[in-house]
Design a protein around this ligand. Structure first.
Ligand code: ZN
Length: 199
């Protein structure tokens, strides 16, 4: 799937997730006043989801994110290849462990200086973590709809997709991709309009 499609699908799926679990704080549609902290939290959440929705394609130097990461992306593509660990459950697990480990290191280092991270910063960092993780999951789910499928259980190389037969899935960048993306966005907008989803 193209970078722009991933971004749109990630953000739209983020609206759906947030309407159920309110990761980004209280819903704006129900708020009588909108404090700045709430706006910041929502901006952080949707930025994290958007970034996560593009992140797995860092293994493709020609992707939207890969072009910005330059040599880092080229090296990853050279070493790992496109649609390998970055499009797998193992990649999601290792990435999560890395983020959790990093948080523990920061807490430890602050602790050695007798400091403690402010609660709102810790809470925002969790919003970033879940936002990026969710964006990555949506990315992999979206790629599974394409002809190439995803190696979900990498290093086992078999690729999986929905539907299971590759010839029933669409090719990246074709009109079907745009129908799927805009169809999903229209559904989410209808959900907001019907107030089934509250953001
Ligand atoms: Zn991808």
């Amino acid at each position: 799937m193209e970078g722009r499609s991933h971004l749109l699908m990630g953000l739209a799926a983020g609206v759906v997730l947030d309407s159920f679990v309110h990761l980004s704080g209280d819903p704006l549609t129900l708020a009588t006043s909108v404090p700045l902290a709430l706006v910041v939290k929502k901006a952080v959440f949707y930025s994290a989801v958007g970034f996560g929705a593009l992140l797995p394609d860092i293994d493709n130097a020609r992707s939207m994110l890969g072009r910005r990461f330059g040599w880092i992306s080229r090296t990853i593509q050279h070493v790992a290849g496109h649609r390998t660990i970055f499009h797998s459950l193992l990649g999601l697990a290792l990435g999560s462990l890395l983020a959790i480990g990093l948080e523990q290191v920061v807490i430890f280092l602050l602790g050695t200086r007798g400091l403690q991270a402010p609660a709102h910063i810790v809470s925002l960092s969790h919003v970033v973590f879940f936002g990026v993780l969710f964006g990555c999951i949506v990315h992999i789910a979206c790629d599974s709809l394409t002809e190439g499928g995803v190696p979900l259980f990498w290093p086992y190389r078999k690729r999986f997709g929905i539907p299971p037969r590759p010839d029933m899935r669409f090719k990246t960048g074709t009109w079907v991709e745009h129908v799927v993306v805009w169809g999903f966005i229209i559904l989410v907008l209808l959900g907001i309009w019907q107030s089934i989803l509250v953001i």
